[in-house]
Ligand binder design. Structure first.
Ligand code: ADP
Ligand code: MN
Length: 274
């Protein structure tokens, strides 16, 4: 596991000292013995070469840039670096009860037997995210391609440039244009793109994101990518509509703040579900 190295530009890790401190604390929290063994296994299988900088430290998971180095064995030189993203769910979570409500009522994961066992719970969440990402991919929605899942470690396609810088969250995007009018038009176009995404998510994947906001959407060259789908629910969940309304309201108010003349909540809800 790389110490420091070329960071991935996470806000909290700007200073060298800050990064070291963050790395140490996240490692203590997340990488317990079993998790370290999983990472080592992934390195041996040449899925990744190491864990590099922390992209994000969250309540329930940390996301790392995980480079895979390619070599020219004959010449004995490194020929390139291919980045992947490793989302490592924390196994020491006490507040998982909160997430229970997402699981209960859903056929795919209707199983009360995991209460009180963090490691199993966390594994369920990682598994849910992995399967949901597969569903999104099959439907052709823009999102990370899921590569491998092992217990609480989810390896997926890295959404970022070839140097290991992740694409920005929609929250942090500053669109460029010749004038304000053109920029406003671009935000409008993204708004429409997102409604189309949510609609396909609903009808083709038969899922509602359930934590949709400008924080769980990445942006690159006019394309929006959906991420963080561990809590997404199917149509069989009793609160599907509540979550959908909440999702649409969240993103609606974000685009409204960006100056988009957004549609009324009811209209958007009808568009997505019709
Ligand atoms: P959390 O549950 O902590 O919110 P997320 O799945 O939203 O976890 O990931 C946290 C952050 O990590 C995202 O906001 C994004 O910046 C980054 N991230 C997540 N997945 C990827 C990925 N596949 N490629 C690049 N960056 C990612
Ligand atoms: Mn998130």
């Amino acid at each position: 596991i790389a110490d420091g190295g070329s960071g991935t530009g996470h806000k909290d890790n700007k200073t060298h000292l800050g990064r070291e401190k963050a790395d140490r604390s996240t490692r203590d929290q997340v990488l317990d013995k079993r998790t370290e063994a999983i990472i080592e296994h992934m390195v041996r299988k040449e899925l990744i070469s190491e864990l590099q900088g922390v992209i994000s430290t969250g309540k329930e998971a940390n996301v790392y840039a995980a480079p895979l180095y390619t070599y020219d064995d004959e010449a004995g030189v490194q020929t390139g670096t291919h980045y992947r993203a490793a989302k490592i769910y924390k196994t020491s979570i006490l507040s998982f009860v909160d997430r229970e409500r997402y699981i209960t009522g859903e056929h795919r994961f209707r199983n009360g037997g995991h209460k009180g066992n963090n490691r199993k719970m966390v594994k369920k969440w990682a598994e849910k995210e992995f399967r949901n990402l597969q569903r999104l991919n099959r439907a052709g929605l823009a999102c990370p391609y899921p590569i491998q899942l092992k217990a609480n470690v989810l390896l997926m396609e890295f959404l970022g440039d070839s140097e290991g810088h992740a694409y920005p969250r929609l929250r942090d995007v500053e669109l460029e244009g010749v004038d304000d009018n053109e920029i406003a038009q671009q935000w409008r176009t993204l708004y429409i793109q997102l409604l189309g995404l949510v609609r396909r998510l609903y009808h083709v994947c038969r899922l509602v994101h359930a934590d949709l906001s400008e924080y769980n959407i990445l942006y690159h060259e006019h394309v929006l990518y959906l991420i963080d789908v561990s809590q997404s629910v199917g149509h069989d969940h009793p609160q599907t509509y509540d979550f959908l309304r909440m999702d649409l309201h969240n993103v609606g108010s974000f685009f409204h703040r960006k100056g988009v003349d957004t549609l009324r909540d009811r209209t958007v809800f009808e568009f997505v579900t019709a």
